[in-house]
Every structure is written in C-alpha cells, then in structure tokens.
Design a protein around this ligand. Structure first.
Ligand code: 5AD
Ligand code: FES
Length: 358
C-alpha cells in the first residue's frame, strides 16, 4: 500500500488517482495536514483557471412531480404529503425576467421526471427563453430521457445538463433506488449528453445510506473516466417522509474533502457550493468556496412554491426572507474572499481544447 504522502504527490502532480490510491487518501484524511493540503491545492487550481470569480446560476424548480421513487428523495412518487405543483410557461418566463434583471446569465431548469414536460413542451420553453435572452446559458436538470429528446432540447437551445450519477457503485446504487432504475442507464445518459455537445454535470451525495469509502473511490474513478464539465456534490440529508428518515446526515468535513479532491482531479471543473451544504452548516457554502468550489446556485423559483420543492428536511432559502438570495449570496461570496460575477460562466474545458485542459 502506498503512503499518504506519495498518494498526495501523485494526485498533485498527475491529477489522477486509481481506486487503491483513492482508498488510501479517503481513509487517511485525518492524518496531520492532509485536509489542509487538499484545500490549499484545490483553491490554487481554481484560482489558476477562474481567478477569484464565482459564477452564479438562477435555479428554477419548475415541477416537483416525479415518476421516480428514489429512496432518499423528498419528492419521490410515493410521498403523498407533497403539495405537487408545476410552473406554467408564463411563470417560468417571469422567473427568468426577474433573474435577468438581477444579473443571472445562466438559468437552471430543474424538476422531477414529470411526463407533462414532453419534448415539445420543453423545446417550446427553451426556445422562448433563448428568444428573449439570447446570451444566457440554459441548463437542464430533468433526469433520464431518450437520446433523441436530449438532441431536440439541445437543438432548441439548451447548453448544459445536470444529471448526478448518485453513486458509481452498483451495489450501492441498488440500496438507493428501486429496481426499475439502472445505473447503466444513468451512465449511458451522461455519455449521450456529452456526445451531443452539452456541458455535462454528474455528481453524488456524500454520506448517503450505505455509502463506504469504496463507493466514493468508485465515484472518483468514474468521474475521471467521464470527465464531466460540472460535478454536483452535497451532503445527504434525511427527509422525514422517505425510507431514510431515520438515517444520519452526511458529514460536512467529508463533503469538503471530496470537493477539494474533485477540483484537483478535474482542475477546470465547475463545482457548486450546494444548498445542501449550506443547510447542514450555516457557513457551509463559504466553506465550499474555500475548498475549491467556484459556483453558487441561488433559488429563483417563486417564493410560494419553494417549500414544496423539499428534497430533504430544513432546506434553506425557502422562506419569505429568501426572495433576495442573490444579495445574501453576494455578501457570502465576498466574505469568503471571492467575487460573484454576472457571466454565463462556461466551463474552461468546453470547446476545441477540452481534452487538453485536463
Ligand atoms: N439529501 C441531499 N441531496 C439530495 N438529493 C436528493 N435527495 C437528497 C437528500 N435527501 C440530490 C440528488 C439529486 C439532486 C437534485 O439532489 O443527488 O440528484
Ligand atoms: Fe438564499 Fe442566503 S442564499 S437566503
């Protein structure tokens, strides 16, 4: 077994780790100086690629209706306590109008897998946003769909797609999802999205029930293989109406270490400091930025719907005070020593020299 010192050397010099190296690193995070070295190198790299910029995305949670039954998720099909909603196209356009005025140049349309939003409906919404705001980037987060569907939405103007793989470990995937969902399908979707020219985001929760260091090592190996432009990672937080109501939340410390490791493995990656991290720790998002994150995603959804998009308990930014998330976020980013910018914020690895950048 390699020593932790030589694993860190491999990581910092080659930006690669095999599964055995990942296991050494994860099991020795508590050795003296390891966490500090990881965060210092992660911040150095994010500065090299992105300076002190933090990109912002306006998150529009446009439907909480979902045909899936993921065991961890608060809006799973079987949760009868959810007040279900869908935003109309007019409501979505209103969110974009407010967001644009606030300086957002990326809108993320996120929702459950809701059959109402067919390709025709989605393409219509995407083209309308692009017609009004040609210079904004549109990110979709609508789960698993057919390649043809992804192709049509790209054609209509979508730029990016977020689809967390949730776990790259087959046995762990089975602990988190009902039988009808398949890890292989999720991975195929991610490769298809990349093939179609989307900037693609994968990712996973940290500390989800049954997750071991081996699962996280599999995630790190998978991320190196996929080379996504974005990686969404936040702590697991139990939701009272799910199978995992009584499970423990993930650890903030481990989430921060994983964020730093991913930044070092994929130096130009777009890495959000997530709402889940901010929910578990009042300074979570600032800590995320200081661990290598370079993106924040304030909520732009209508305040009246926010509490109904609860994937986990005690989610922040759902009360009346949160109508002005952007101001709150600006202050937080500045306090952490970075600068919130009003730009599309494309991945530094997107375009002709994509492979070179890794
Ligand atoms: N805790 C933390 N994150 C969650 N997600 C879903 N449920 C939870 C939970 N209970 C994450 C999933 C999903 C993303 C939109 O939110 O990783 O992909
Ligand atoms: Fe939403 Fe602070 S970012 S209230």
């Amino acid at each position: 077994m390699k020593s932790i010192t030589s694993v860190l050397e491999t990581l910092f010099n080659s930006h690669k780790l095999n599964k055995e190296d990942c296991l050494v690193l994860l099991s020795q995070l508590d050795e003296e100086g390891v966490r500090e070295q990881l965060s210092a190198e992660a911040v150095r790299l994010r500065r090299q690629y992105y300076g002190d910029k933090v990109f912002t995305r306006g998150l529009i949670e446009f439907t909480n209706i979902c045909k899936n039954n993921c065991f961890y998720c608060g809006i799973r099909r079987d949760n009868a306590n959810v007040n279900r909603y869908r935003l109309s196209k007019q409501e979505i356009m209103q969110c974009c109008k407010e967001g644009y005025a606030l300086g957002f140049r990326t809108f993320v349309l996120q929702g459950g897998e809701d059959g109402f939003f067919t390709d025709d409906v989605m393409c219509n919404i995407i083209s309308e946003i692009k017609a009004h705001y040609p210079e904004v980037a549109i990110t979709l987060s609508l789960g698993e769909r057919e390649m043809e569907s992804y192709r049509r939405m790209k054609q209509a103007g979508a730029d990016r797609y977020l689809l967390r793989h949730e776990t790259a470990n087959e046995a762990h995937y089975r602990m988190l999802h009902p039988d009808e969902m398949k890890l292989s399908n999720r991975k195929s979707c991610l490769y298809a999205l990349k093939e179609l020219g989307y900037q693609v985001g994968a990712g996973m929760m940290i500390g989800s029930p049954g997750q071991t260091y081996e699962c996280l090592a599999d995630d790190l190996v998978f991320l190196q293989e996929l080379k996504p432009h974005m990686v969404g990672m936040g702590p697991f937080i139990p939701h009272k109406d799910t199978c995992f109501a009584k499970e423990q939340a993930g650890s903030v410390e481990l989430t921060l270490a994983m964020l730093s490791i991913v930044r070092i493995l994929l130096p130009s990656v777009l890495l959000p400091a997530t709402t889940a991290l901010g929910t578990l720790d009042p300074k979570g998002r600032e800590k995320g930025l200081l661990a290598g994150c370079n993106v924040v995603m304030p909520n732009l959804s209508p305040v009246k719907n926010r509490k109904d998009y609860a994937l986990y308990d005690n989610k922040i930014c759902t009360g009346d005070e949160s109508a002005q998330c952007i101001k709150c976020m600006t202050n937080r980013v500045e306090a952490a020593g970075f600068h919130l910018v009003s730009e599309r914020g494309d991945s530094a690895a997107y375009g002709d020299d994509a492979d070179f950048k890794y």
